[in-house]
Write a protein that binds this ligand. Structure first.
Ligand code: NAD
Length: 509
């Protein structure tokens, strides 16, 4: 895509040259260092934004606290109406915002658009939810007493996001937080600042009434320091952080030290088990999307393929053929399925992992190289390994698929569960017993377990997240909203006596 076309896109989205990356009830002066955003498909700069200094951040945190006091008083369905309008605005800007995702992080066009669709879906979901923030009524053991629980807004939520879902993860958090009565302070990845500014521009242009000021806030940083300030900041009772396990460990320790709350969505090391009875055509298609889609840069990317030894050679042969014919190139072209990695460092990390595979005794079956062209392109890579190689335990954020074999399902489940991360997993089988064993308490230990579906591409209606080193958080659908509220248990005595629970007597003589 030419420079002129990308400049035109930024203009349509209202992103100025040297645009401020600090927003709180309007665009604020930003006093931190400038940050250059790069198009990973060309390696060329896309735009430059200004980042927040410590003082800028403090102002945003302070103002979001003031906004909370107003916002929590608004009835939840009225807050839902605001989120509904946000969804409408996103619908209007879907094409442009989706294209910006493609330009800034290298997702292919349909995935860039899919990401904006996910934001819209979240807004729709949250709008309905705004009328359903319900608590339980609980039977009281005391006569003429009523016991119930209710959910109240929590306070400003710090949202730290990763580069690979530069807008959708914000929406997972912001749409729910907003209907729950919480303002959001967003720290996006320094690798995707323009996407964040574009979202904030849409909010600024389409939802700028006084009552909303300070509800959706943005603070851009050129590094991770701002995230550390947020983690330590008691003005943010909840930190929702998406990123690597290393980041999660740091955030969790800092927030725990102030007894705050975290919602962590961290790295995965996801596996698919292909059994003897599997529909191999289906499995092959699912494996290709899950392993190669998004250039292997999803938290749910398929990283480990566990093949029953009876189907291994057939599957490997078909995979090697498919890996050789995946169209890669500029992600905005319609015929491309594999875009670039996010940065030069990401390419180097992938090449280091390929070296480690060889050194540790694995065999590269396909790919393994960088493409000699501008931008950060690599070949999709297939490696045959033993499950116990140290490199297999790591999440290398690139399109490397480790293939290994197993003899029986117990062994496959043990391999699948034998890593520190616990995000997504799947089994391909036509036998109900195998599927149910995989889903049983002794089966997959992940937050997501699928049958005859790959590991990536979750719908927003379910709660999304993972166990173990993936952090234990849940976002998006089901009852994930509860993380953004505080629970209050209430008992009302409508009688004239004061019976005590557990039969305790306390009569003053
Ligand atoms: P990253 O950990 O490098 O950065 C993520 C965010 O955290 C960025 O905004 C970064 O500036 C910030 N950050 C980094 N260190 C921090 C610290 N010590 N304190 C506070 N903030 C800090 O991750 P990335 O490279 O942007 O994204 C890829 C990673 O994110 C992968 O591990 C991937 O699996 C994970 N991810 C997980 C999910 C999920 O839902 N589980 C979703 C997307 C990405």
């Amino acid at each position: 895509m030419s420079d002129a076309l990308s400049t035109e896109l930024l203009n349509r989205l209202g992103i100025a040259a040297d645009q401020s990356g600090v927003y709180c009830g309007g665009w604020q002066a930003a006093h931190g260092p400038p940050l250059v955003s790069t198009n990973p498909a060309t390696g060329q700069p896309l735009g430059r934004v200004l980042t927040a200094s410590r003082e800028d951040y403090d102002r945003v945190a302070e103002q979001s606290g003031r906004a909370f006091v107003r916002w929590r008083e608004m009835p939840p369905p009225a807050r839902g109406e605001v989120v509904r309008r946000l969804g409408e605005a996103l619908r209007r800007h879907k094409q442009d915002l989706g294209l910006l995702v493609t330009l800034e992080v290298g997702k292919i066009r349909s995935e860039g658009l899919g990401e904006v669709q996910e934001m819209i879906d979240m807004c729709d979901f949250a709008t309905g939810l705004s009328r359903q923030l319900h608590g339980l009524t609980i039977a009281s053991e005391r006569p003429r007493h009523r016991m119930f629980e209710q959910w109240h807004p929590l306070g400003p939520v710090g949202v730290i996001t990763a580069f690979n879902f530069p807008v959708a993860v914000w929406a997972w958090n912001a749409a729910l937080a907003a209907v729950c009565g919480d303002p959001v302070v967003w720290k996006p990845s320094p690798l995707a600042p323009l996407c964040a500014v574009a979202v904030q521009r849409i909010i600024d242009r389409e939802l700028a009434e006084d009552a909303l000021q300070g509800v959706f806030n943005l603070c851009l940083s050129h590094d991770a320091e701002l995230g550390r300030w947020m983690a330590a900041d008691r003005r943010l009772p909840l930190i929702s952080a998406t990123g690597s396990c290393a980041m999660g460990r740091s955030v969790a320790a800092t927030v725990a030290a102030r007894l705050g709350r975290v919602l962590l969505e961290l790295g995965g090391n996801n596996a698919v088990v292909v059994t003897q009875s599997a529909d191999l055509d289906l499995a092959l298609r699912a494996v290709l999307f899950a392993a190669v889609g998004t250039a292997g840069q999803r938290c749910t990317t398929l990283r480990r393929l566990l093949l029953h030894e009876s189907v291994a050679e057939t599957m490997i042969e078909r995979l090697v053929a498919a890996y050789g014919s995946i169209p890669s190139g500029e992600p905005w072209r319609d015929d491309v399925l594999l875009g670039p990695l996010i940065s030069q460092q990401a390419v180097e990390r992938m090449l280091a992992a390929v070296d480690a595979i060889r050194v540790q005794g694995g065999q590269i079956l396909a790919g393994g190289q960088r493409l000699e062209r501008p931008g950060y392109f690599v070949q999709p890579t297939l490696a045959r390994v033993r499950p116990d190689l140290p490199i297999v335990a790591e999440e290398t954020f690139a399109p490397i698929l480790y293939v290994m074999t197993y003899r029986d399902l117990d062994e496959a489940i043990a391999i699948q569960n034998g890593v520190d991360q616990g995000l997504s997993s799947a089994i391909f089988t036509d036998r109900v017993r195998e599927a149910e064993q995989f889903l049983s308490p002794a089966g997959s230990d992940c937050g997501i377990a699928n049958v005859n579906i790959g590991t990536s591409g979750a719908e927003i209606g379910g709660a999304f997240g993972g166990e173990k080193d993936t952090g234990g958080g849940r976002e998006a659908g089901s009852d994930a909203w509860k993380a953004y509220m505080r629970r209050q248990t209430c008992t009302v005595n409508y009688g004239h006596s004061l019976p005590l629970a557990q039969g305790v007597r306390f009569e003053i003589p």
